[in-house]
Design a protein around this ligand. Structure first.
Ligand code: B12
Ligand code: SF4
Length: 454
């Protein structure tokens, strides 16, 4: 039996608010517990833990293995925590890193994070359970590791879990976290809110999307296995809203209809509300689907719009057209479902004109909620490769990447000019948000209770 500490490190920027716990740590922690290990999960933001708190945790728990889940926004603290772990526990501890950043960096992760023993290159279920079992590292697929403190070795890649294997995964044990420490997302539907991934992956090819873990394949869980998890969230945790965190809920319409039918048949459309993310393509958005979604309790849909300029959409390989965007928003609103439109500022080709096109489109489609994000050069994406080869990446270290840094420039706009546009666009969407007093009240309440930002 091993002591295993699983950690979601602080972010590169200061934040008080964690929206959801890490799906990876909950799932992997549950599997490790089922193997008989002592498992502790720490979310440093939600648990309000700093470096000294982490060190006390190491002193008391004395882990044999520490696993970090690392997004690109968590690089700075991952390095600090790895160093502290090694300093305190020496070679007795095995340090493992997984998640979008290590998966994209592969063997290069060791250069930036020298205190790491093992990098998991893709899905982690098989790797971490084998590591915990003490399987010899050369026999664990999909990992990179350091042998004898010198050589970096990479094993053959692990195949992704089959849909059957996904169905057989255990329900993530929420006893591993303090449930009330997570705010859920804005705009607020009902609380408490929790998430549930009912599929993995997305077959589309947007050039800015970080796809190191799931690639371009779509794997769907059976509607029955999804219902079992919905039931547990509702019954055991009194959850009132579920965020189905599939990349693209409407990637397979037959499956979507089957899942919605089952939600209705089991009566969850009356007990819960749901939010999902979809694509706007005409082929996969129609009134029949939207009415079915509405009937099943889906109140809110995120759409990735990204830009109001067709040339930009084509260049980022979004695979959608402006008429498709307008149509999807109109139909969704007609079906009585609220929308959020995501836009990105700063992808290659962006000019003042293309940003104004986004502004016009935003006004035209009238989403309930909206947001403009900065283009973020995540490792391994085609956008990062393109911007890098043009010399347009201005942020030199991943540690400096935060949501408030404009990390790139384009051929016609400097990062400072892009930043100014970003502020203008978000002031516009903020104005829209102030029009929703209930949401402002929720935001204020969060600020008071968990220290979130408005
Ligand atoms: C749901 C989701 C969210 C949720 C919350 C996620 C959560 N609860 O953890 C919300 C909506 C809050 C969110 C927010 C954001 N997200 Co997000 N999100 C996702 C999404 C769609 C699914 C993640 C998930 O829950 N998967 C299910 C779990 C079980 O799998 P997993 O986390 O991938 O973990 C597996 C492996 O990675 C590995 N693994 C992971 N950690 C570890 C640790 C160890 C020790 C081991 C051994 C293995 C391991 O094993 C796991 C099981 O196989 C992914 C897209 C995707 N398809 O992955 C993006 C994704 C993770 N998000 C991303 C981004 C950019 C964001 C935002 C920055 C967006 C924004 N502009 O604001 C914010 C930042 C949030 C923050 N504060 O840092 C990027 C990250 C890119 C990167 N390189 O860091 C992704 C990959 C999207 C993308 N394709 O670009 N997100
Ligand atoms: S549709 Fe979404 S998840 Fe799929 S590739 Fe594009 S951005 Fe990524």
């Amino acid at each position: 039996v091993k002591n295993i500490l699983l950690v979601s490190p602080l972010r590169n920027y200061h934040t008080f608010n964690e929206m959801y716990p890490s799906g990876a740590l909950l799932l992997l922690g549950t599997m490790l517990k089922q193997q008989g290990h002592n498992v502790k999960v720490v979310h440093m933001v939600a648990d309000k833990m700093d470096t000294s708190g982490y060190i006390s945790e190491l002193r008391v728990f004395r882990p044999d293995i520490v696993g970090f889940t690392v997004s690109t926004y968590q690089t700075r603290w991952t390095r600090i925590l790895l160093r502290e772990t090694r300093r305190l526990l020496g070679d007795k501890v095995l340090t493992v890193a997984g998640g979008p950043h290590p998966a994209a960096m592969g063997v290069n992760f060791f250069k930036d994070f020298p205190d790491t023993d093992i990098v998991v290159g893709s899905e982690g279920e098989k790797a971490i359970t084998s590591i915990a079992r003490g399987t010899s590292l050369d026999r664990i697929k999909g990992i990179h590791y350091i042998k004898d403190n010198t050589v970096v070795l990479s094993n053959r890649p692990e195949t992704l879990l089959t849909p059957e294997e996904l169905n057989a995964l255990p329900l993530p044990d929420k006893n591993l976290i303090v449930f009330g420490r997570y705010s859920g997302l804005f705009p607020v539907g009902r609380r408490p809110a929790m998430f549930l991934p009912s599929s993995r992956g997305c077959p589309f090819l947007c050039n800015f999307c970080s796809k190191a873990i799931y690639g371009n394949t779509l794997r769907l869980r059976s509607p029955e296995s999804v219902i079992t998890e919905i039931e547990s969230l509702y019954r055991d945790w009194r959850v009132k809203e579920i965020h189905l965190t599939d990349d693209t809920f409407n990637a397979n319409l037959d499956w979507a209809h089957r899942l919605l039918d089952l939600i209705i048949a089991e009566g969850y459309h009356k007990k819960l509300i749901f939010r999902i993310a979809m694509r706007v393509n005409e082929k996969i958005v129609n009134m029949e689907l939207l009415k079915h979604l509405k009937a099943a309790g889906i109140w809110f849909i995120y759409y990735g719009v990204e830009s109001g300029n067709q040339g930009m959409l084509d260049r980022m390989r979004k695979g959608i057209t402006l008429p498709e965007i307008r149509r999807a928003f109109k139909l969704t609103h007609e079906a009585g479902i609220k929308t959020e439109a995501f836009f990105i500022i700063g992808l290659p080709g962006e000019t003042a004109g293309t940003i104004q096109d986004s502004y016009k489109l935003y006004k035209e489609i009238k989403p309930f909620w909206g947001g403009f994000s900065k283009a973020i050069p995540f490792p391994g994406t085609d956008f990062t490769a393109e911007a890098g080869s043009l010399g347009h990446i201005e942020c030199k270290s991943y540690d400096d990447l935060t949501p408030s840094v404009m990390a790139v420039r384009t051929a016609s706009l400097t990062s400072e000019e892009l930043e100014k546009w970003y502020v203008i666009m978000n002031n516009m969407t903020r104005h829209g948000k102030i029009m929703h007093p209930k949401q402002m009240a929720y935001a204020l309440w969060d600020r008071i209770t968990i220290g979130g930002s408005i």
